[in-house]
Write a protein of this length. Sequence first.
Length: 390
Amino acid sequence: MSASLQELQALEASSQVPAYARMPVQFVRGEGPWLWDDEGQAYLDFQTGLAVTSLGHSHPAVVAAIREQAERLVHVGNLFYTEPGLRLAQRLAAGSLGGRVHFANSGTEANEAALKMARKAKQGGDVVSVHRGFHGRTYGSLSATPQEAKQAPFAPLVPGFFAVEPDPSVLEAVIGPNTAAVILEPVQGEGGVWVLPDELLRVARERCDAVGATLIFDEVQCGLGRTGSLWAYQQTPVVPDLLTTAKALGGGLPIGALITGPRLAEGFAPGDHGSTFAGGPIACSAALAVLDVVEDPALLAAVSERGAWLRAALTDLPGVAQVRGRGLMLAFDLDPAAGISAPDLVLRALQEQHLVLNATGPATVRLLPPLTIGPDEAAEAVGRLAALLS
Ligand SMILES: Cc1ncc(COP(=O)(O)O)c(C=O)c1O
């Protein structure tokens, strides 16, 4: 396949429902933190497909795992036993909440499973989320994602979902006897990379315990080493009842998972919930290879160290008003005096500096580099940004 960008744009215009606003680049190859376009030009990838290719592109261990499994068995479904999924479930549960795992194919589906399990446990009840949260696009997850532009065209949403300010006293007041679940991202991603305060998480935990509600942490974006610990909750004083993951789990293949603590380890019975592809052997083999890399304490320490360096370096850039985040999940707000919007900066970074970034809003630029970047690549990205902002 060797179509030009213009040919692909014409195909898109004639054949694809226009749900995406793509950047005008065709990528044809990736290796580590680098991507190459169809003209052979290299780009430094600080977006990683939105926190998916966390080990860099085509990590050799992930590629080998996919190839080996594809040659042996691609799919049989959940009516039979296959080893990769059961090994992966054991590893995920043992490395986090200690309960059990239910597989999905994406982040939004992992959250659907969590929401269904929480409501089943309470035999109904309300779901509470907070502003700036993002949990996905299917109806349950969307109903917990309080953004007018994303929700309004698809009304009516699922009843019984409420969103409040991420403020401890507000959350404390809203969680009551009829609450089935509270769903939070310990570090909010799509909302612009906001680390939720420990106090908010503590209040959520205490109130959920008091009323018999389920505390769900959505770690679809902030989990799997992104913040410098395997799971983001491990840097907070709170352990959730349910944890959801996806994005980086499959090293680029679609997979999601709901991980339970002991209380909800049998939160579904046969027939309650399921998915044809979930827990398939190729995606699970890739995920086992990903875990081998991200569970390494040396890698996690490097994420924290590199993140701290990047954070300080970004703070020193002209036109940068505020830097937020934890580990290698970072964002900065542009000072209005910088005279450029975040989407424009991201486009110019791509075209002029061959640096791949992402804008989460009109003034916020997000950085999600591979967890494996070295000091030279971090400095290179900052240098390219500095060239644009100076
Ligand atoms: C925190 C969080 N939850 C859920 C999702 C939805 O994941 P997916 O796009 O795989 O459905 C995302 C995607 O950006 C996310 O960041």
